[in-house]
Design a protein around this ligand. Structure first.
Ligand SMILES: [Fe+2]
Length: 349
């Protein structure tokens, strides 16, 4: 049986207590080849259905702990070799790279993984693998904004965008990864100038998540925003009519299509260093990269499938095909600390 635990925000001490409690409750007798423990930031019914299908196909039990991405990495670190986790599923290569740097993951190889995923979608040291993709795009107000001035991320620092951009804080890993990609392509000095220009073009102080930037556009506080694609897909199909009303006012622009392509990040998975069931963990990764699972896994969150040739949800496929920045994602992880420093230097809150 699948078992889910949802952790609410808690201090490390509480996390350790939870970990100790669950280790005690589940006991060693239930451990072994037949169970894969997953720490996941995802909380979708579709994911649960996929785990059940995997259990039926393989006889391997899947036990899932759901929590926020940063919280799961902290928990894995705090638990050390006492952790039951075999897999961690989290969003953004910046976080996967951090988990790798913290020595929480282990390298694994499989012909299936290298065949299913293009090289840029897996770690050069085989410590993480993409499950889905998302683009960080420029959203604009369909009527009020001037679509003809949109071209590149770089252009957002220029005079056409004075007082018109809503974008979240620099503490967010999505912005750190975007800036890391700009550092990789243009160098740190140019990236610093860019970040300075965007700060001076902000319509308001950074606040809230990506959805809140879209709400700011609908409310007339800003004309443009930089957001991940799946948030627009989620709001378009939301059960909340206010969300749908916001999303219907939003246009989607894929930047840098004449050049390197739009910044595409991933959610992905890694096998934990302390896993006692690497074989089972690998089988689950391979299952999640199968055609059928890819389609469902990506559609649950309105992301793009990581495996080529699989259809995205119709709501986001409607935006059309686009060029993706081919920069290796490893490089974005490596440049994360430079990006954080540049954001601090220019006072991007
Ligand atoms: Fe997100």
């Amino acid at each position: 049986m699948i078992r889910f635990t949802y952790l609410r925000a808690a201090c490390i001490a509480a996390l350790i207590l939870v970990a100790a409690g669950s280790a005690f409750a589940e006991g060693q007798s239930e451990e072994g080849a037949g169970v894969v423990h997953v720490y996941s930031n995802r909380h979708y019914d579709t994911d649960r259905a996929l785990y059940e299908a995997f259990e039926e196909e393989t006889g391997i039990d899947v036990r899932v702990v759901e929590a926020g991405s940063d919280e799961l990495i902290q928990r894995l670190d705090a638990e050390g070799d006492q952790s039951e986790a075999d897999l961690i599923i989290t969003a953004d290569v910046g976080r996967l790279h951090r988990a790798k740097e913290m020595d929480l993951l282990q390298p694994v190889t499989s012909a299936a993984l290298t065949e299913r995923l293009s090289e840029r979608l897996r770690d050069a040291d085989n410590q993480w693998f993409a499950l889905t993709k998302r683009a960080r795009i420029i959203a604009y107000h369909r009527e009020r904004a001037d679509r003809s001035v949109l071209s590149t991320y770089e252009a957002l620092a220029g005079p056409d965008f004075s007082d018109s951009i809503a974008i979240r804080s620099s503490s967010n890993v999505y912005n750190q990864s975007l800036l890391a990609s700009i550092i990789a392509h243009n160098g740190e000095d140019a990236a610093r100038e860019w970040a300075e220009g965007v700060v001076s073009n902000m319509a308001r102080r950074p606040q809230g998540g990506d959805r809140d930037q879209l709400r700011a556009i609908a409310a007339g506080e800003a004309d443009y925003a930089v957001v991940n694609t799946y948030y627009i897909g989620q709001m378009l199909t939301s059960s909340d009519p206010q969300d749908r009303e916001v999303a219907e006012q939003i246009g989607v622009f894929f930047p840098n299509q004449e050049g390197r392509g739009a910044h595409v990040n991933i959610s992905g998975v890694g096998v934990t260093k302390v896993s006692d069931n690497v074989d089972g963990a690998m089988r689950l990764i391979e299952f999640l990269l199968s055609d059928e699972a890819q389609q469902q896994f990506a559609q649950a969150n309105y992301e793009y499938p990581a495996v080529d040739g699989i259809a995205a949800a119709p709501e986001i496929a409607a935006w059309g095909e686009f060029e993706e920045d081919p920069l290796p994602l490893n490089r974005i992880g490596e440049l994360n600390s430079s990006a954080v420093r540049v954001f601090d230097e220019v006072g991007w809150q």
